[in-house]
Design a protein around this ligand. Structure first.
Ligand SMILES: *[C@@H]1O[C@H](CO)[C@@H](O)[C@H](O)[C@H]1NC(C)=O
Ligand SMILES: *[C@@H]1O[C@H](CO)[C@@H](O)[C@H](O)[C@H]1NC(C)=O
Ligand SMILES: *[C@@H]1O[C@H](CO)[C@@H](O)[C@H](O)[C@H]1NC(C)=O
Ligand SMILES: *[C@@H]1O[C@H](CO)[C@@H](O)[C@H](O)[C@H]1NC(C)=O
Ligand SMILES: *[C@@H]1O[C@H](CO)[C@@H](O)[C@H](O)[C@H]1NC(C)=O
Ligand SMILES: *[C@@H]1O[C@H](CO)[C@@H](O)[C@H](O)[C@H]1NC(C)=O
Ligand SMILES: *[C@@H]1O[C@H](CO)[C@@H](O)[C@H](O)[C@H]1NC(C)=O
Ligand SMILES: *[C@@H]1O[C@H](CO)[C@@H](O)[C@H](O)[C@H]1NC(C)=O
Ligand SMILES: *[C@@H]1O[C@H](CO)[C@@H](O)[C@H](O)[C@H]1NC(C)=O
Length: 296
């Protein structure tokens, strides 16, 4: 009897499951799914922008957003946006905070447009983001400290804008950051000590800003560093001899600052060093024996 009862229950459950299933097919739930949220976020992004040649005209609901120019969707999640690449699309206007809703995004490339206004702190919600390139726009805000919450970010390029304020200390918490490029902005204040904690950094470009104070000796702990460019700032004090610990350094650029004292002997010990730019400082003494690049 128990067996018969069990199979009857099974049959009942199975049929009600089938029933639910076909109900779902007949009347899909309202627009509250993640796919719809991605489409909404993209349309909201578009709504704040103008393009000279209608490069985003085909971003409309007559086709699936995964087929829109500049959009790539996932393999495992074929209806979620994983890349938004619209470089040189002649886009002007502000970056919509709605991009923070594209929760599967791995790549956001808006470089070489005419974007104004601020970098939305909401981008910090993109926990899967690996590449962010906002270079060569007209962004004027500070760098939102929340960007550091993109824990998977490998490449962060905010160069060639008019960003101001200090470099957020929070950036030092980005364990996977490999390229940090903030060159050619109006960033001021000191180089945060926290940057010396970046375990994966190999390219650090801070040149042509208004950074002041001394070069933190702690930067000598970034032993993976290959390019260090601090040129054209207002840095003062001596060159820390700890930079001689940067044994993988290929290029060291410190020109056009207000550095004083001697070039530490440890620098000439870096066997990989290919070029060093120290022109236009108040340095004394010059140990030769290595190629010294004096031109920009
Ligand atoms: C989710 O949203 C998309 C886009 O609006 C729509 O095409 C799809 O039918 C929706 N899926 C469900 C299960 O509601
Ligand atoms: C972004 O998501 C939030 C909820 O997470 C929602 O309130 C908001 O309307 C969304 N915005 C856009 C433009 O998709
Ligand atoms: C915009 O127009 C130019 C030519 O005027 C064309 O080369 C380019 O592909 C267009 N861009 C987009 C994204 O459609
Ligand atoms: C919508 O996109 C299609 C291409 O998918 C394009 O042919 C059409 O002109 C667009 N509609 C508008 C109103 O821009
Ligand atoms: C952008 O606009 C310029 C004119 O201002 C035009 O020469 C260029 O082809 C446009 N490029 C794209 C990709 O739309
Ligand atoms: C970011 O954009 C700038 C400006 O076009 C470009 O020079 C640079 O190579 C880009 N970097 C990456 C890592 O995509
Ligand atoms: C980093 O460098 C500083 C000065 O060069 C040194 O005192 C400190 O112990 C180093 N820290 C780590 C964690 O290696
Ligand atoms: C460099 O040294 C000269 C002469 O000692 C001095 O007049 C000048 O102010 C110094 N410049 C800087 C940037 O320290
Ligand atoms: C140069 O490197 C050698 C070997 O690692 C080390 O013994 C020496 O102290 C270094 N010299 C300077 C000036 O750092």
């Amino acid at each position: 009897m128990a067996v018969v009862g069990a199979s009857a229950t099974c049959f009942f459950l199975l049929s009600s499951w089938l029933c639910l299933c076909s109900n779902a097919r007949l009347s899909p739930p309202p627009e509250s799914n993640a796919t719809a949220a991605d489409e909404l976020a993209l349309l909201s992004f578009k709504s704040l922008l103008n393009s000279f040649n209608g490069s985003l005209d085909s971003w409309n609901t007559s086709s699936h957003f995964c087929s829109w120019p500049g959009i790539a969707c996932g393999h495992r999640h074929p209806d979620r946006v994983v890349a938004l690449r619209v470089p040189e699309f002649n886009l002007s206007g502000r970056i919509s905070p709605s991009l923070g809703n594209l929760s599967f995004l791995r790549e956001l490339d808006l470089r070489d447009n005419l974007l104004i206004g601020e970098i939305p702190p909401e981008l910090g919600r993109l926990g899967r983001l690996e590449l962010l390139n906002l270079s060569t726009n007209a962004l004027v805000s500070g760098i939102p400290p929340a960007i550091a919450e993109c824990a998977n970010l490998v490449i962060l390029v905010l160069s060639k804008n008019q960003l101001h304020g200090e470099i957020p200390a929070s950036l030092g918490a980005m364990e996977n950051l490999y390229i940090l490029d903030l060159q050619e902005n109006h960033l001021s204040g000191e180089i945060p000590l926290s940057l010396a904690n970046l375990p994966s950094i190999e390219y650090l470009f801070l040149y042509s800003n208004m950074l002041s104070g001394e070069i933190p000796p702690e930067l000598g702990n970034l032993t993976g560093l290959r390019h260090l460019d601090l040129m054209d700032n207002m840095l003062s004090g001596a060159i820390p001899s700890s930079l001689g610990k940067l044994s993988n350094l290929i290029w060291l650029s410190l020109g056009y600052n207000s550095l004083i004292g001697e070039i530490p002997a440890s620098i000439w010990n870096i066997s990989n060093l290919w070029g060093i730019n120290i022109q236009w400082n108040n340095l004394t003494g010059c140990h030769s024996g290595k190629r010294v690049q004096q031109a920009r």
